[in-house]
Design a protein around this ligand. Structure first.
Ligand code: FAD
Ligand code: NAD
Length: 462
């Protein structure tokens, strides 16, 4: 068997692994990255980017469809058609550009990339099966960045009409009726997109409200918008399986009453699990947190010089978290003192309207003496001009010194406010800092300033 050695060996070329590789190489660390599928991982190939591309295409289609009816704007068009094959091709083009870009960045930084599946031999040795051979690579540091996989329902496994987000992002044809199991991130982002593409969509969610990870007030505008769109919500319901003909999903509500939802496709989106089995990881006997690899605040595992980042290390399973961890691990290995202790970890759900949370919600801050205030987009001029007045911005701050602890927002386009929210928290801004900053007019950002002003008791436009 051919052997090689390297200083840092990274398993997984997703956002966690490839960012770690680039930063390590920038710092002069000899780095090898192993990727079994495609560079860019879940995020670029079958996650963040393709889903946002499909959501955009669905938004555009829905907009033109709206104009084929009565429009207050005075715009009228004939009924549009969608060639979903062409849409998928366009989406794949974006994915190709980005994954190609990651390859080019790795090459530019002199990271050795090996395309093949890795199997762990021990904490310093990994075998890689490439298309032509098996290599044995020894390393000083081993970084685990193998990501996650969709959770399967044992009684309704993936296959046939039952699909995961991966298949939902590359439809050959659109189904007529889709049942979405899970009213979380994927279920609602893709469920909304499919509905806008003309598919009849029903969402079955085990908890009695959608997006249960967020506070209820924040998700109300999303629930209202889903209703307007015609998405049927079956909340507090459990899925029992497919009917015998595989033409419907059997569900049971809170009272135990069973019913069937007709479907020619079923998207199961009930969470993701860390990819920790099937490639020898078990042989390291690392300390685990359930199915996730346990790491400390430097992403060290329980074995010396074995590190883990990204989805393998548990919630929140977000691309930017994996990237930030990867960058930090590279810096620690290079000798810098770093800890992963972000005050602000933004999370965005790209529904329509979008939802953003950064830092503490009022409930999470309840033990501290806090105040919170919100400003509705109904009172924001820019929101009116883009026909989107649903939603609000909310700020949470300490009562004594007005230090900002959290922001939440729901509304069209609020994902772009996440940068301002995270920066204000990381920089230790107070309500007065935000209230005293001149915000451009007319922008959604004015609602951020007004929320801070309102918390101080003197909002101007409400
Ligand atoms: P991954 O991206 O999963 O990468 C791991 C890589 O390791 C994979 O390429 C895999 O092939 C490779 N690998 C695994 N095992 C081996 C092995 N033994 N040998 C060689 N290679 C191996 N997050 C956001 O922040 N924003 C979003 O908008 C967003 N949207 C999403 C939409 C969908 C539909 C999905 C499914 C996820 C979304 N996410 C989003 C989550 C995001 O994709 C993940 O958090 C992120 O990709 C995790 O990065 P990672 O590097 O930990 O792992
Ligand atoms: P999720 O955890 O967001 O939502 C899963 C939902 O399914 C939950 O509401 C849960 O109550 C429900 N559920 C669980 N079991 C069920 C059952 N048997 N029947 C009915 N409902 C059930 O998970 P997801 O939507 O699969 O997404 C996986 C992860 O991917 C997310 O947690 C997130 O980390 C990441 N992601 C992020 C984004 C983003 O950042 N915009 C987008 C997509 C995915």
């Amino acid at each position: 068997m051919k052997t090689q050695s390297t200083q840092l060996l990274i398993i997984g070329g997703g956002p966690g692994g490839y960012v770690a590789a680039i930063r390590a190489a920038q710092l002069g660390i000899e780095t090898t990255l192993i990727e079994g599928a495609e560079l860019g991982g879940t995020c670029l190939n079958i996650g963040c980017i393709p889903s946002k591309a499909l959501i955009h295409a669905a938004d555009e289609f829905a907009k033109v469809r709206e104009f084929s009816g009565e429009s207050a704007l005075g715009i009228h068009s004939s009924a549009p058609v969608i060639d979903i094959g062409k849409t998928v091709h366009w989406k794949d083009g974006i994915v190709g550009k980005l994954t190609g870009g990651v390859g080019a960045l790795l090459k530019k930084n002199k990271v050795a990339v090996i395309h093949g599946w890795a199997t762990i031999v021990d904490g310093k040795t990994v075998d890689v099966k490439t298309a032509d051979e098996t290599l044995r690579i020894s390393c000083r540091h081993l970084l685990l960045a193998a990501g996650s996989l969709p959770v399967e329902l044992p009684f309704m496994p993936f296959g046939g009409p039952v699909i995961s987000s991966t298949e939902a992002l590359s439809p050959a044809v659109l189904p007529k009726k889709m049942v979405v199991v899970g009213g979380g991130y994927i279920g609602l982002e893709l469920g909304t997109a499919y509905r806008k593409l003309g598919v009849e969509v029903s969402v079955v969610e085990a908890v009695d409200r959608i997006l249960p990870a967020y506070d209820a007030e924040l998700t109300k505008p999303v629930a209202a918008a889903l209703k307007r769109l015609g998405v049927a919500l079956h909340l507090g319901c459990t899925v029992q399986g497919l009917n015998a003909a595989a033409t419907a999903v059997r569900i049971k509500n809170g009272e135990g009453v069973e019913s069937e939802l007709a479907a020619d496709q079923v998207l199961v989106a009930v969470g993701r699990k860390p990819r920790t089995a099937g490639w020898g990881l078990e042989s390291l006997h690392l300390d685990m947190d359930g199915r996730c690899v346990r790491v400390d605040d430097q992403c060290r595992t329980s074995m010396t010089d074995v590190w883990a980042i990204g989805d393998m290390t548990g919630e929140p399973m977000l691309a930017h978290r994996g990237m930030a961890q990867g960058e930090m691990v590279a810096e620690i290995i290079s000798g810098k003192r770093r800890h992963f202790q972000p005050l602000a970890m933004p999370a965005v759900c790209f529904t329509d309207p979008e939802v953003v949370v950064v830092g503490l919600s009022p409930d999470q801050a309840a033990q501290q003496d806090c105040l919170s205030a919100s400003f509705p987009f109904a009172a924001n001029g820019r929101s009116m001009t883009i026909e989107s007045t649903d939603g609000f911005v909310r700020v949470v701050a300490r009562r004594d010194n007005h230090l900002i602890l959290g922001w939440q927002a729901v509304g069209r386009g609020v994902s772009e406010l996440s940068a301002a929210f995270a920066q204000s928290i990381e920089m230790g801004a107070t309500l007065e800092d935000i209230a005293g900053t001149v915000h451009a007019h007319p922008t959604l950002g004015e609602a951020v300033q007004e929320a801070a002003l309102r918390a101080l008791g003197h909002a101007l436009h409400i």
